[in-house]
Design a protein around this ligand. Structure first.
Ligand code: ADP
Ligand code: MG
Length: 679
């Protein structure tokens, strides 16, 4: 298929640029064409009379002075001109584009996009839209970029790709549905996403593109489901019921009814020839790990191997420590395999996995790399499964004997949404907490009461506890987030000087730096951890009794609940303090919900009710798969329709043989093949 040509075939895209594009995930011409902008600059001319201070807009006028160039600081250059717009003369400044000096002359017309300063009658220019001899485009697409891929190059590469390949873009949504749903053809949506003639075209293209993205996702799930039902000869794991019961009796507590129920559901799948693909959801602290342990043990009694894959090294180590202690009396062998495992240990572990000497392996992505071969992998668990893609889950499922797979998530998802987002899986739910657990006390304070919050943190630390201090999420800029976190960190260091150790954790650290910081906190070396939201889900620090969340109104409900779940994991009373002055009713409702309930399902339900279209709290926080364009919550109706259309298509034509489905078939089968070939 020509769209799978490498971008290197395009004129102007040499080997260096091929490599740079690959870093953005763009390998083929198709990837490039479907690499969409995240916003547009509106380049349509505006009337200055209606302009608001700080607004970004395009003005058109006549240059009335020769350009003046000024150098300041070691590397800074400013080019200024005066531009007459209607009857007003405004000052326009361009920064660090010295060559523009030669582009302007008196009497010339120019359209310029920039940020309006009403007080000074000045425009900080961001883009020269056109001079009089050029046609002015009305919208400019703005793309996510990297160090080595710039806007200008990307735009021209996409233009070239579209000029050469437009005829090869075929619609993945079969014609009948495409027309019924009034969606653009894929060719038209690609054109309008990149080069919209006006805002209406951009909006229409986006709607079609979101549907397309959801539809391909749902179609892939349908294809997996289809393949699984075709494979009636899944693995049968005839475990030893007596031994499993005996193992459960060795636990220091009795299982909750919900834990018993889900163990039974999972075990029923194992015993049958059905290929298990099940999602286990349960709130933080509901006891999923022990359920995982029991089921892995069951597989081992049937002489199969089991694997547990988690998203981070810290989490892997923690599970390993817990489970090896638990399994030691049962003579079950357990190993830990991560990126940090030494070459010698790795070699030894791989050999034991291959020979069958090793029963259980716990690890990170390292488990699905080439060279990891099992003797008899029968059961695989993926913890915090939304942190892995469909592809990675598929790689694990395709290993050796095609094991039964259990995915786990600590982020409760309301049922309707779970079915749509994880349509290929059966769902088990732990909806009950172990008895005797002290619920986390949640408090909402206003910003002016922040000193009181800090005093409470200090008291908790003085009493021997540990504390998290979470700093706000400032939309879209990690750099700004970091600055903020550093300021809070400095504050806390002052507060705790001579009393306790404070550490800082943020998203721009390397993974091993983060792991070290987390490890020091888990071991009690540091007492106060200031962190942006990168703080790892699932990490268990029983001694942490205090969670302080600053500017809590900047977080979504799902995320607040996850953060709160980091404390209250031991037997001491824990507290979560939200500091926030919400700016609207929704924000107030979020805080009130947090104070009112500790139940993750209730929080999730309320989250859905409170969220609107275009909410800044994206899907990333809600335990749902990541989409590039669509938001599975805000765009739920589109997701739901995509799910139904995909199901209808597969019901009528399970193997996608019909001519109307030929483009869809190409996409779906290629993706599945990719997942399996990585194995
Ligand atoms: P999560 O679902 O967040 O992974 P864990 O499995 O880590 O929860 O369990 C949280 C804590 O509760 C652990 O210390 C675990 O030993 C304990 N636990 C699990 N099940 C029970 C139970 N039925 N009764 C009492 N404590 C339990
Ligand atoms: Mg867990």
């Amino acid at each position: 298929m020509p769209l799978s040509d490498t971008v290197g075939v395009l004129p102007g895209v040499g080997p260096k640029r091929v490599a740079a594009l690959a870093d953005l995930g763009i390998v083929t011409v198709g990837d490039l064409l479907f690499y969409f902008p995240f916003r547009y600059d509106d380049l349509q001319e505006r009337d200055l009379a209606t302009a608001v201070d700080g607004e970004k807009l395009t003005v058109k006028g006549t240059v009335v002075t020769d350009p003046v160039i000024a150098r300041f600081g070691p590397h800074k250059v400013r080019v200024t001109i005066r531009l007459q717009v209607d009857r007003t003369v405004i000052l326009v400044s361009f920064f660090n584009q010295p060559w523009l000096k030669d582009r302007f002359h008196r009497g010339q017309e120019a359209a310029i996009y920039g940020k309006w300063n009403a007080g000074r009658n000045a425009l900080t220019a961001m883009r020269l839209v056109a001079t009089q001899d050029q046609d002015a485009p009305s919208m400019a697409a703005i793309y996510p970029l990297s160090q080595s891929v710039h806007q200008k190059f990307l735009v021209s590469a996409i233009k070239t790709a579209f000029d050469h390949y437009a005829d090869e873009i075929h619609s993945v949504v079969p014609e009948q549905y495409r027309q019924r749903l009034q969606l653009l053809t894929d060719r038209e949506l690609v054109r309008q996403m990149h080069f919209p003639a006006n805002p209406a075209e951009a909006t229409a293209a986006r709607r079609s593109a979101i549907f397309r993205e959801f539809f391909l996702f749902e179609a892939q799930l349908q294809a997996i489901k289809q393949r699984d039902t075709a494979q009636v000869n899944g693995l049968r794991i005839p475990f030893d019921n007596q031994r499993v019961r005996a193992f459960i009796r060795t636990l220091p507590f009795t299982l909750t009814n919900a834990q018993k129920r889900v163990v039974n559901e999972i075990c029923a799948d194992m015993r049958s020839t059905k290929h298990m693909n099940r999602l286990l959801q349960g709130d933080v602290g509901s006891g999923k790990t022990i359920v995982a342990a029991i089921c892995m043990y069951a597989a081992v009694t049937a002489h199969f191997q089991a694997a547990l894959m988690v998203p981070t090294e810290v989490l892997a180590e923690q599970h390993y420590a817990k489970l090896s202690r638990l399994f030691a009396p049962q003579h079950v062998s357990v190993a830990l395999l991560t990126g940090a495992t030494s070459a010698a240990d790795r070699k030894d572990i791989l050999a034991r996995l291959r020979s069958g000497a090793l029963d259980i392996v716990i690890g990170t992505h390292a488990l699905i790399q080439k060279g990891v071969d099992f003797n008899a992998l029968g059961f695989a668990i993926i913890d915090e499964q939304h942190r892995f893609g469909v592809k990675q889950r598929e790689i694990l499922r395709a290993k050796g004997l095609k094991p039964d797979v259990l995915s786990m998530t600590a982020t409760p998802i309301p049922r309707t949404l779970a079915i749509t987002a994880y349509g290929e899986m059966d769902v088990s739910t732990i909806d009950e907490m172990p008895a005797g657990r002290l619920p986390v006390k949640t408090l909402w304070l206003h910003k002016q009461q922040q000193p009181r919050a800090v005093r409470m943190v200090a008291a908790a630390v003085a009493a021997g506890g540990q504390a998290f201090v979470i700093t706000p999420l400032i939309a879209e800029s990690e750099a700004v987030d970091l600055k903020n976190a550093e300021a809070v960190y400095a504050d806390m260091q002052q507060t705790f000087a001579g009393k306790a150790t404070v550490a800082l954790l943020h998203g721009q650290m390397k993974p091993d730096e983060k792991d070290t910081i987390m490890r020091d906190f888990a071991s009690g070396k540091t007492a106060v951890l200031v962190s942006t939201t990168v703080i790892e889900v699932g990490v268990d620090v029983p001694n942490a009794t205090m969670m302080l969340i600053l500017d809590a109104d900047r977080f979504g409900l799902a995320q607040l609940h996850q953060l709160r779940g980091r404390v209250g994991r031991g037997d001491k009373q824990a507290t979560c303090i939200l500091v926030a002055d919400p700016k609207n009713d929704t924000g107030v409702s979020r805080m009130e919900t947090m104070v009112a309930t500790n139940d993750g399902f209730k929080v999730a339900q309320r989250d859905l009710e409170l969220r609107g279209q275009g909410d800044i709290f994206g899907a990333k926080q809600s335990g749902l798969p990541d989409f590039r364009l669509g938001d599975p919550v805000g765009d739920f109706n589109i997701l739901d329709t995509a799910n139904k259309v995909a199901a209808a298509i597969f019901a009528a034509d399970p193997d996608l043989q019909a001519p109307a489905n030929v483009t869809l078939a190409t996409y779906v089968h290629r993706r599945l093949a990719q997942a399996e070939s990585l194995n």
